[in-house]
Write a protein that binds this ligand. Structure first.
Ligand code: PA5
Length: 452
C-alpha cells in the first residue's frame, strides 16, 4: 500500500452499476475542469487549491519559531476560535497525538504545552472550568478569527486577555498573544497592531473551512509538536493526484461521483464513520466542510458522523433498520499507532478466551467488516477511505482529498461550494435579542415571536 490514502467503492457496487459511475466520472472530470479554470461559482475563494505548494515560506518558518517559543514559555496554550477557525487544528492534534495527551507530563509530550480550545461555545461554565485548569501556570493564547467580530471567540478572548494582562502586565501579555486574522482589516487585526501581538495571516482567498493548512491550523498543530512539514507534503502528494489523475485513479473525483450518485438515488444523509476515537474531531471538521459547502439552495446531503463501535450500541439500530435515508463513508486506519493483545483467563467465564492472543485491532477490524456487511444488507451502501497510518503525511493527504472532493461535488450539485450565506441568519436574530446597536428594528418583532 502507498502512503497516501485510498478510496474504495467496491463495497457499494451492489447499489450502483459501473456504467453509472463512469458516466458520473465524466461529469466529475468536467467539474474539475471548471474548478481549475477558476471561472466557476465562488472563484474568489480558491486559494486552498494551490496552498500545499504555494504558501508563504517566511510565515511558515515564523510559525515554527512561535511554536517553539510557546513550548518554551507555556504550560498551557488556549486556542480561541470557532468553525473553520478551530476545527482543523483540533482534528489534527487529536489525530496525531496520544488520546490523553493533556494528562501526560510536558516531558512525555516532548515539550509541548497542554492545549485547550475556547471560543467555540457560549458556556460560562466551560470557561470557568478551563480557567481552573490553567490555575497559576504559565500560558499563552492563540486567538483565531478572520473577521475579528465573531461573538463566541471575541467574548472568550476578552476573558483570557484580561487574565494575561493581570498576570504578566500589558507588555508581557502581548508577547503571549498570537493573533491569526485578516491581512489588513477587521477588529482583531486593528487590536493586534495596536497592542503589538504576534500576527499571522488568514489568506483572503481561503474560506474558513479550508484554512487548516494556513496559520489557522498550522500554529496550534506545530505548538502541539506535530510535523507540519510532513502535513504539507501529504497535502502536496494528494494535490498532484487530485489535479492530474484521470477518474480511474483519482480518489477525490471517485468520492465526489459516488456520493452524488447516492444523492440522486434518494439518499439524503451521509454518515462518516470512524473506528478510532482519535478520529472523532476529524469527522467534526469534515461535517463543517461538507455541511457549509453543500447545504444550500435546498440541496445537498446532510453530513452526519458517528464513532464505532461505540455508537453501534446506540445509533446502530437506526442505521441498520430505521428510515432508509443514508449511506456511510468509513475511515479505516490500516495500521493504528498502538495495540494491545488480549490475554487468556484460566477460567473462561465470559467466553472470550477464543480471542486470546488476538489484538484489539484484529477485533476492531472484524467489527468493521461485519458492520459493513450488515449495513449493506440493511440497504446502507458503504464507501471506504483507507488511511495507511496516523501520521502527519497521511493526514495532509486526507485533508486535501476531502477539500478537493467537496469542490468538485459542489459544482456537480450546481451550487457555490465556497460561500455560507445561511450562517448569518441566527447571528442577526441573536444580535437583535442581545440589543446590538444597529439591530434594534429586529428586537421587538423577535421578542413578540418568543412571547416575551
Ligand atoms: O467557515 C466559515 O467561514 C466559518 O465557520 C468561520 O470560520 C467561523 O464563523 C469563524 O469566523 P471568523 O474566523 O471570522 O471568526
Amino acid at each position: 500500500m502507498s502512503n497516501t490514502i485510498e478510496f474504495d467503492y467496491k463495497p457499494a457496487l451492489e447499489f450502483v452499476e459501473q456504467r453509472e459511475i463512469d458516466r458520473m466520472g465524466e461529469l466529475c472530470v468536467n467539474a474539475r475542469k471548471e474548478l481549475l479554470s477558476r471561472e466557476g461559482l465562488g472563484n474568489d475563494f480558491l486559494g486552498w487549491i494551490d496552498l500545499p505548494v504555494d504558501y508563504n515560506k517566511e510565515e511558515f518558518d515564523r510559525i515554527k519559531e512561535a511554536a517553539k517559543q510557546i513550548q518554551k514559555d507555556s504550560e498551557v496554550l488556549i486556542v480561541i476560535g470557532i468553525g473553520g477557525s478551530y476545527l482543523g487544528a483540533r482534528a489534527a492534534i487529536e489525530f496525531l497525538t496520544p488520546s490523553f495527551n493533556n494528562q501526560l507530563s510536558k516531558e512525555e509530550r516532548n515539550g509541548a504545552p497542554e492545549i485547550y480550545f475556547a471560543g467555540n461555545n457560549i458556556s460560562g461554565s466551560y470557561l470557568q472550568d478551563l480557567i481552573k485548569i490553567i490555575g497559576d501556570r504559565d500560558f499563552s493564547v492563540n486567538v483565531i478569527s478572520k473577521s475579528g467580530t465573531t461573538t463566541e471567540p471575541a467574548i472568550a478572548f476578552r476573558v483570557f486577555k484580561k487574565m494575561l494582562e493581570e498576570k504578566y502586565g500589558k507588555e508581557g501579555a502581548a508577547k503571549r498573544i498570537y493573533a491569526t486574522t485578516d491581512r489588513q482589516k477587521g477588529a482583531l487585526k486593528s487590536l493586534a497592531d495596536e497592542e503589538k501581538y504576534h500576527t499571522f495571516v488568514i489568506p483572503d482567498d481561503v474560506g474558513g473551512r479550508f484554512t487548516v493548512l494556513t496559520p489557522v491550523g498550522l500554529l496550534p498543530i506545530a505548538a502541539a509538536g506535530c510535523d507540519i512539514d510532513a502535513l504539507m507534503k501529504g497535502a502536496q502528494a494528494q494535490r498532484e493526484i487530485a489535479l492530474n489523475n484521470d477518474f480511474a485513479s483519482n480518489p477525490s473525483l471517485q468520492y465526489a461521483a459516488l456520493r452524488n450518485l447516492f444523492l440522486r438515488k434518494g439518499k439524503v444523509m451521509e454518515i462518516l464513520v470512524d473506528y478510532e476515537p482519535s478520529l472523532h474531531s476529524l469527522a467534526e471538521w469534515w461535517k463543517q466542510l461538507f455541511g457549509e459547502s453543500e447545504g444550500k439552495d435546498g440541496r445537498g446531503l446532510f453530513p452526519a458522523s458517528y464513532d464505532l463501535s461505540t455508537d453501534l450500541h446506540s445509533l446502530g439500530q437506526f442505521v441498520q433498520d430505521g428510515t432508509r435515508i443514508m449511506f456511510e463513508t468509513v475511515l479505516n486506519v490500516v495500521k493504528p499507532p498502538k495495540d494491545i493483545t488480549i490475554d487468556k483467563e484460566p477460567v473462561d467465564i465470559d467466553g472470550i478466551n477464543y480471542l486470546s492472543g488476538k489484538t484489539f485491532d484484529f477485533v476492531n477490524k472484524n467489527a468493521m467488516k461485519g458492520t459493513r456487511l450488515a449495513h449493506t444488507d440493511g440497504q446502507v451502501p458503504n464507501l471506504l477511505v483507507n488511511i495507511p497510518q496516523q501520521d502527519a503525511f497521511c493526514l495532509g493527504s486526507v485533508f486535501y482529498f476531502f477539500e478537493f472532493a467537496v469542490g468538485v461535488s459542489g459544482y456537480l450539485l450546481g451550487i457555490n461550494p465556497f460561500d455560507q450565506p445561511g450562517v448569518e441568519d441566527y447571528k442577526r436574530n441573536m444580535f437583535g435579542l442581545l440589543g446590538k446597536p444597529g439591530y434594534e428594528d429586529l428586537t421587538d418583532d423577535l421578542k413578540a415571536r418568543l412571547g416575551e
